[in-house]
Design a protein around this ligand. Structure first.
Ligand code: AMP
Length: 190
């Protein structure tokens, strides 16, 4: 069992790299952003609630996000590991994840944080916005808000897992395969 957190600012390549890690290590990919977009696409009550936050580039409240995440983990017990993408985004979420895993006698093995410069992030997200159809990828002020939220609320999660020696910073600039090799080296070192 390997349990990873793929971490980093919006547009740092978490989704792209998660797909490649999943293929190589046979993990279950849990992206809270994807789960919210699925709910929004189906106009469920959860989706409608999430939409009002997502479209402003704000975090969906922890109570909603943690409940959804817990449900996804609980309904997929027979896996060889999880890769959490876009979760946890607050210290409260990190503590909830650790207790959820502890109940199952599991732990997070590593938090892999992709390091990408701010202007590159904005460029990548606006580029993705041309095809993603995401309202939150198409407006510079919403993107800036997402970056600010990352810095204020999410980046402390790196320090939280650093306390147990689990956080590593990985250069996220460059070629997709090159970045994947850097992540692989970190997974092999577990
Ligand atoms: P992402 O696809 O990971 O960039 O997430 C898109 C949006 O979904 C974020 O800007 C948040 O509004 C919301 N979201 C995704 N994951 C979380 C989370 N763990 N906590 C709160 N909001 C989240």
């Amino acid at each position: 069992m390997i349990n990873l957190i793929l971490f980093g600012p919006p547009g740092s390549g978490k989704g792209t790299q998660a797909v490649k890690l999943v293929e190589k290590y046979n993990l279950l990919h849990i992206s809270t952003g994807d789960l919210f977009r699925y709910e929004m696409g189906n106009n469920t009550p959860l989706g409608l609630e999430a939409k009002s936050y997502i479209e402003k580039g704000q975090l969906v409240p922890d109570s909603v996000t943690i409940g959804m995440l817990k449900n996804k983990v609980d309904t997929n017990p027979d896996v060889s590991g999880y890769i959490f993408d876009g979760f946890p985004r607050t210290i409260n979420q990190a503590e909830a994840l650790d207790s959820l895993l502890a109940e199952k006698k599991l732990v997070i093995d590593k938090l892999l944080s992709l390091k990408v410069e701010d202007d590159e992030i904005v460029k990548r997200i606006l580029h993705r916005g041309k095809t993603s159809g995401r309202a939150d990828d198409n407006d510079a002020s919403i993107i800036q808000n997402r970056i600010n939220v990352y810095k204020q609320e999410t980046s402390p999660v790196f320090d939280y897992y650093a306390k147990t020696g689990k956080s590593v910073l990985v250069e996220g600039m460059g070629d997709i395969d090159e970045i994947f090799e850097r992540l692989n080296a970190e997974v092999h070192a577990i």
